[in-house]
Design a protein around this ligand. Structure first.
Ligand code: HEM
Length: 143
């Protein structure tokens, strides 16, 4: 009886560890999640910008820019699925795409500083486009 409960416990522990393993967020997913929260808040605020909240918008844009920069130092999960001889080109493409978004975020920060709201709205929409294209190309498909 004692042995039986022990093996059931071990089995449950194994199942639990396995499910944690397959659900575990990659370091890049963690950055992307943080970026997503700040992006959503900023994107919503820029629909009806309030001059007095400019500093807050700038902080959010800087936060997204810094997270984007840090994302560029990590490799997408999909890298492992790319044939070895194409992997360097894949990573190079990924880093270029990230740098493009960093440059767009730098422009967004400038537009916010200048209270150029129409420009800021264009740039936040452009980032959405980057996100779409970046995910199509570099994000692994999940079952
Ligand atoms: C505003 C811009 C972006 C936002 C808000 C965003 C948001 C997200 C979110 C919410 C996830 C899922 C995280 C999870 O599963 O827990 C994700 C994953 C991912 N994103 Fe983005 N993303 C953005 C731009 C980009 C760009 C420009 C690229 C590539 C150049 C990119 C590459 C990826 C990759 C590769 C993953 C999968 C993570 C992995 O492979 O480990 N994202 N992103």
């Amino acid at each position: 009886m004692k042995n039986n409960s022990l093996s059931i416990f071990s089995l449950l522990l194994c199942l639990f560890s396995f499910s944690m393993l397959i659900q575990a967020d990659t370091p890049l997913e963690k950055k992307m999640d943080q970026m997503n929260k700040a992006y959503k808040e900023l994107s919503k605020s820029l629909k009806n910008p309030v001059e007095g909240n400019k500093n807050n918008y700038q902080k959010l844009a800087e936060q997204i820019r810094d997270l984007m920069k840090e994302s560029g130092k990590l490799s997408p999960e999909k890298t492992e699925m790319i044939p070895a001889d194409q992997r360097a080109a894949f990573i190079e493409g990924y880093q270029k795409a990230v740098n493009q978004s960093v440059a767009t975020l730098d422009s967004l920060i400038q537009a916010i500083q200048a209270s150029n709201w129409s420009e800021a709205q264009k740039l936040i929409a452009l980032l959405k486009q980057h996100q779409k294209e970046g995910h199509q190309e570099y994000r692994a498909e999940r079952p």
